[in-house]
Design a binder for this molecule. Structure first.
Ligand code: NDP
Length: 268
């Protein structure tokens, strides 16, 4: 058995760039036909064109039910069905409960959590029509822990893990496996944008490296590898799982700063 997706069709949201772009490349490389969904039409077309004839672009905002239904129905019609959904599209916004506007809260929850619900809702009938399939959601280490000043994002990513488990349970007997990856800091346009909000972006990027036990940020293709594994037959007995892809970020008690601060924990 090898990780191949020949004759399979994968729908990937947020596929224009970053983790979604790397995932689209990975599935195409492994033999799948890929339907790329994103709201950034120009970047989406570029990414799809680079993948060749087995890739197609579908512009859609994942927070809008009609658009998601239309994109997924079109993809199923164009490729003859759907076997895999990767729900990846997401946005990052900062704020505490007090400083986050209602509008920003809705934007984050509607993109990160409702977007996953809508993509699943409209992809599932196609997976079931094929006798089963796999869904992989992109959560975050913030699905199981919190970073400061990110109330809406943390809540949305905890929700992604909750929905992963709910879907896994509801569809297990129909041969649909549903899992979630929890990335640490990954070097993508989103992360670069977040760093640019700071007066010293380079300092932020270096801190991101140090947050991980492995001493560096992750690369989008390292998350794509984990997604491909979970969507493949190699993970045939894995459902409802949350797979950390975080370079050991969640391992050290008290965080890496505490480990490096000269306490007894530092002595070897
Ligand atoms: P990027 O911003 O680099 O890429 C995300 C893509 O999704 C963009 O093309 C973006 O378009 C698109 N997108 C955003 N909102 C929507 C929407 N409503 N409808 C359709 N497309 C949309 O992000 P990353 O690759 O970094 O992140 C991908 C996922 O991984 C997200 O869910 C994120 O939360 C998660 N993640 C990322 C981490 C990181 O360190 N990078 C760490 C942990 C989790 P646009 O440019 O217009 O916004």
């Amino acid at each position: 058995m090898s990780i191949r997706f020949d004759r399979k069709v994968a729908v990937i949201t947020g596929a224009a760039m970053g983790i979604g772009g790397a995932t689209a490349r990975k599935f195409a490389e492994l033999g799948a036909s890929v339907a790329l969904l994103d709201r950034d039409t120009a970047e989406l077309e570029k990414t799809a064109t680079a993948l060749g004839k087995n890739a197609r672009a579908y512009t859609c905002d994942v927070s809008k039910g009609e658009q998601v239904e239309h994109a997924i129905t079109s993809a199923a019609r164009d490729f003859g069905g759907i076997d895999v959904l990767v729900s990846n599209a997401g946005i990052q916004r900062y704020g505490t409960a007090a400083s986050t506007s209602e509008e920003t809260w809705d934007e984050v929850l509607e993109t990160n959590l409702k977007g996953f619900f809508l993509a699943s809702k409209y992809a599932l009938p196609h997976l079931l029509a094929r006798g089963g399939g796999a869904i992989v959601a992109v959560g975050s280490v913030q699905s199981i822990a919190a970073l400061g000043n990110a109330a809406a994002y943390v809540a949305s990513k905890h929700g992604v893990l909750g929905l992963t488990r709910a879907l896994a349970l509801d569809y297990a007997r129909q041969n649909v496996r549903v899992n979630c990856v929890l990335p640490g800091a990954i070097d993508t346009p989103m992360l670069r944008w977040a760093a640019s909000l700071d007066p010293d972006p380079q300092h932020v990027l270096e801190s991101c490296d140090r947050m991980h036990a492995l001493g560096r940020m992750g690369r989008p293709e390292e998350v794509a590898n984990a997604i491909a594994f979970l969507a493949s037959d190699w993970a045939s007995f894995v459902t409802g799982a949350a797979l950390l892809v975080d370079g050991g970020m969640m391992v050290p008690a008290g965080g890496m700063g505490f480990q490096e601060s000269g306490t007894g924990a530092r002595a070897k």
